[in-house]
Design a protein around this ligand. Structure first.
Ligand code: GLC
Length: 646
């Protein structure tokens, strides 16, 4: 008869949601259990699991009482041990992600939630790095207060810097980074972003977007590195920066390749629309960046809202299970998009059938920002009814837990405050300024009016985007849709110009161009798009300049002063009619907080090297227009002028 020694396994204690002091920095010193005690414990665990009783873990601070708490053991061993101790509810909790505004620390403890997210613009008050870190630690301590003490993982959209946080460095959006053609620069940006994210406690970014934008009408085109699959694949170097040499090294966070699959190829450029392509076209245009991301060991993949030939990706078992996880060998975890499972049946409110289809299709973690209680209940019923297998639940948990162990969350669950001071620091802003300069694409420069002389010059600056960090940053900046004005600390393009000129020069500014006269030697019109995100940025009809900009340009043109246009936009705009009246045109894209990089090009501190990441239409009726499609663009993919004289 086998005598089971209960002393090896602590009896389950009630959730203790108290705040736990942060464990000493670095992996704790642990006393590994004896082999006899271990075998007894495993036997008991198996017995209790058969009885459907989860097995608690004693406090993990100090000696490693159980295998999954022992960092000396292989991650796979730790996952196996932990999985064997988890109840069905604990496993379902790990697959559930709620939004911070709809989750309390007590909810995390009670429902065993595995993840919390910040949606676009969702931030603590005050919105500071330290406040984020404090918020993160409150949620994490609640997770550590559960019987098994499984840490939660916190996700946020750090898509061009840690853009939800006031004071963070805001880098150029991806469309501008694609213009740099510089994977190493983009890797460095990933690293800088990861450090700032780490400093706020957040472990996971929903970035990079590795979509391939094929229609510039799409409101998310600026989240793409460009229209060519190879260019986008080259820019997955950002994953190396975000995830570092190892996920558990300081300053590394989990990256997400998104949105799988084909979101940039919808008919008409409609956000969340239908991507009508053959499988061969889908594979050749949209799949390679994900294959490259997987090769770089990206930790998670987010599923896209669009459909492929009428079938929603959130329920697409072939593309997720067979292609992503099977053919590409993706071993991280798949996360749904925001309420993405609710789109499967076309009706509002997710159902058991939608939960079943999404989880069986291969989604491992489900982003259910507010409806997470209902999700837990529906999935539990589906598993108990045998319509979602225990094996699928275990596979999802194995994938999620593997990344949590790899991140070192069990050993260092709380914010590494050593990185908090990196948020918006001078080194990151200098890197961002370099990226801004390298992203500028010079499209026209008649008479070599550029570069401008910085000394003894008289320059008139106009345009609604000149002194506006919000416009220069675009969507996904402080708020979901972005905003106007000094929304976060930085240098506007106008401020960059003012700093670049010598005291012997005059710079006059009026947004509408009012007051210009022919005493000025050049007029710089900083114009373009106001911020938008996702579908709100779709342009199904005209793609020209807005009335404000057209009026400003008319005022400048009437003065007879040569006009240099700096276009701040997330995409090419239909400017063919106005272009002849401009002496020069610089595509600035969405540069972010370091507008000094634009001035660096205007005054020749940096000689332009940027190349178009997308074809520039001759007119909106050409959309979609892409390299090699036989259409004649105003400026072709890859075009970009330098300054004469080398
Ligand atoms: C959004 C976006 C996705 C983002 C997620 C969380 O709807 O589609 O890119 O990561 O929700 O904010």
């Amino acid at each position: 008869m086998t005598v089971i020694d209960l002393s090896a396994v602590a009896v389950r204690r009630g959730a203790a949601p108290g705040v736990r002091a942060a464990p000493p920095r670095g992996p704790p010193v642990r006393t590994p259990p004896t082999s006899a005690a271990l075998s007894r414990a495993v036997l008991l665990v198996a017995l209790l699991t058969l009885l459907g009783i989860g097995v608690p873990a004693p406090p993990s601070v100090g000696a490693a009482a159980l295998p999954y708490q022992d960092p000396a053991l292989p991650v796979a061993t730790r996952v196996d041990d932990l999985l064997a101790r988890m109840s069905l509810d604990e496993k379902i909790g790990q697959m559930t992600q709620g939004e911070r505004a709809s989750v309390t620390p007590a909810d995390i403890t009670s429902f065993r939630l595995g993840s919390v997210l910040s949606g676009g613009g969702s931030a603590p008050t005050p919105n500071t790095a330290t406040s984020w870190a404090d918020m993160y630690d409150r949620f994490q301590n609640a997770a550590l207060g559960t019987p098994l003490g499984i840490p939660m993982i916190y996700g946020s959209d750090a898509v061009h810097g840690h853009n939800n946080v006031v004071g963070a460095t805001i880098f150029p959006h991806n469309i501008g980074l694609g213009a740099t053609r510089d994977p190493e620069l983009v890797r460095q940006i990933g690293r800088a972003t990861a450090e700032e994210v780490t400093g706020t406690g957040v472990d996971w970014t929903f970035a990079p977007c590795v979509c391939v934008v094929r229609n510039d009408r799409w409101g998310r085109g600026y989240e793409s590195f460009g229209e060519q699959s190879a260019l986008v694949s080259s820019m997955t170097s950002v994953i190396d920066g975000l995830q570092g040499a190892a996920l558990d090294e300081g300053g590394s966070i989990l990256a997400t390749a998104k949105h799988y699959l084909g979101d940039g190829g919808t008919t008409g450029g409609t956000d969340q629309g239908n991507t009508q392509l053959s499988e061969a076209e889908l594979r050749s245009i949209h799949l390679p960046p994900f294959a490259e991301a997987v090769r770089r060991n990206v930790g998670s993949v987010m599923i896209s809202y669009n459909s492929w030939n009428g079938q929603k990706l959130h329920g697409h078992a072939y593309l997720i299970n067979d292609v992503l996880k099977g053919e590409l060998g993706f071993t991280g975890f798949v996360v749904s998009d925001w309420n993405g499972i609710d789109q499967l049946d076309g009706a509002t409110g997710f159902t058991a059938a939608e939960v079943r289809q999404a989880v069986n299709a291969g989604i491992d973690m489900v982003m259910v920002p507010t409806g997470w209680r209902q999700f837990i209940s529906l999935l539990r019923t589906e598993v108990q009814a045998g319509r979602v297998s225990q094996a699928r639940i275990d596979d999802a948990n194995r994938r999620i837990l593997t990344k949590k162990f790899a991140l070192g969350l069990f050993e260092r669950p709380l914010t590494d405050r050593a990185y908090t001071a990196t948020v918006g620091n001078a080194a990151h802003r200098a890197l961002a300024r370099q990226a801004v300069a390298r992203s500028q694409v010079l499209l026209k420069n008649d008479g070599n009016i550029l570069p401008l002389a910085s000394a003894n010059n008289r320059i008139f600056v106009a345009g609604k985007s000149a002194d506006n960090i919000g416009y220069a940053s675009g969507g996904w900046t402080i708020s979901w849709q972005g905003g106007s004005g000094a929304i976060t600390p930085g240098t506007s393009i106008l401020a960059g110009i003012r700093t670049a000129v010598a005291p012997s020069s005059t710079v006059t500014y009026h947004p509408a161009g009012t007051g210009i006269d022919n005493s000025y030697r050049a007029a710089i019109a900083v114009i373009g798009e106001t911020p938008y995100a996702e579908g709100r940025g779709d342009r199904p009809s005209g793609m020209g300049l807005d009335a404000t900009d057209l009026a400003t340009l008319n005022t400048l043109r009437a003065s007879g002063v040569p006009v240099i246009v700096v276009l701040v936009s997330g995409r090419p705009l239909d400017i063919s009619a106005q272009l002849p009246g401009w002496r020069a045109l610089l595509a600035a894209w969405l540069p972010g907080t370091e507008g000094g990089g634009v001035a660096d090009v205007l005054f020749g501190t940096y000689r332009p090297t940027g190349k178009l990441p997308v074809s520039w239409m001759s007119g909106a009726s050409q959309q979609p227009i892409n390299d090699g499609d036989g259409k004649t663009p105003l400026f072709p993919y890859g075009f970009g002028l330098g300054y004469s004289g080398g």
